[in-house]
Design a protein around this ligand. Structure first.
Ligand SMILES: Nc1ncnc2c1ncn2[C@@H]1O[C@H](COP(=O)(O)OP(=O)(O)OP(=O)(O)O)[C@@H](O)[C@H]1O
Ligand SMILES: [Mg+2]
Length: 221
């Protein structure tokens, strides 16, 4: 189980995240939502262990983290996936090609990754995740720059991966509908604090806070 207790993150004395208590069960699928600047990425970075913070955070097992801004290497699409793998070259390439097929990129395997479009780049970042096992998968707006078809490809690949691995999945998203498709629990952050913690259906149909109501009503447009 992932546990956070009295977690606080400030930049230049401005608090951007303040969480008294949060528990996420092993294998749970959770979405994080909330307005720009509400602290979604900050929370994921803290769970990933890539930024300092105050408080107690316990994240057991191996964590894989896909940041909001995709970082690709100046090498082929295929090599971007194989570089993190060990073993024989042929086996690494077979594994990578399977991940590229799942993310709809197999035809682009030989292209330089830096020439990919934003949406293709996001799918490549996911393909790199799919070739490794983990206990906790953190995805920061994995479909932020992705079209409808690409979104479906990514969501299907993520669902298949997390079901097969039994990993805990935490996805930051601006879409309550994506939260519903990917998870059974959604946390809405408002100015760095937990404003709602419920099922995606509850958030869509019956948000408790004024902020939740406004957020969801805007989504109906
Ligand atoms: N390195 C930093 N230095 C100063 N302020 C920061 C830094 N990183 C984040 N912040 C601030 O912390 C707050 C929360 O940022 P965060 O990236 O977690 O928001 P978010 O919910 O992910 O937003 P978005 O939907 O735009 O991705 C913002 O006000 C942001 O400006
Ligand atoms: Mg963010």
């Amino acid at each position: 189980m992932i546990e956070l207790k009295n977690v606080n993150k400030s930049y230049s004395e401005r608090t951007v995240l303040c969480i008294d208590s949060l528990e996420i069960k092993k294998g749970e699928r959770l979405s994080l939502t909330g307005a720009n600047g509400s602290g979604k990425s900050t929370l994921l970075k803290i769970i990933a262990g890539v930024i300092p913070y105050n408080g107690k955070v316990n994240v057991p097992g191996r964590v894989l983290y896909m940041p909001q801004k995709t970082v690709l290497f100046d090498m082929s699409v295929l090599h971007n996936v194989t570089y993190s793998l060990t073993g024989k070259r042929k086996e690494k390439e077979e594994k990578a090609m399977e991940a590229l097929r799942k993310t709809g990129l197999s035809e682009l395997y030989n292209k330089n990754a830096l020439t990919l479009s934003g949406g293709e780049g996001a799918r490549l970042a996911l393909a790199r995740i799919l070739v490794n096992d983990c206990d906790v998968l953190l995805l920061d707006e994995p479909t932020g720059a992705v079209d409808i078809e690409g979104t479906e490809i990514i969501e299907n690949a993520v669902k298949e991966y997390s079901e097969k691995n039994g990993c805990t999945l935490i996805t930051a998203t601006h879409s309550p509908l994506q939260a519903k498709r990917l998870s059974r629990r959604v946390i809405m952050l408002e100015k760095g604090e937990i404003a709602e913690d419920c099922t995606p259906e509850e958030l869509l149909l019956n948000p408790k806070t004024d902020f939740g109501k406004k957020f969801v009503s805007m989504w109906r447009y």
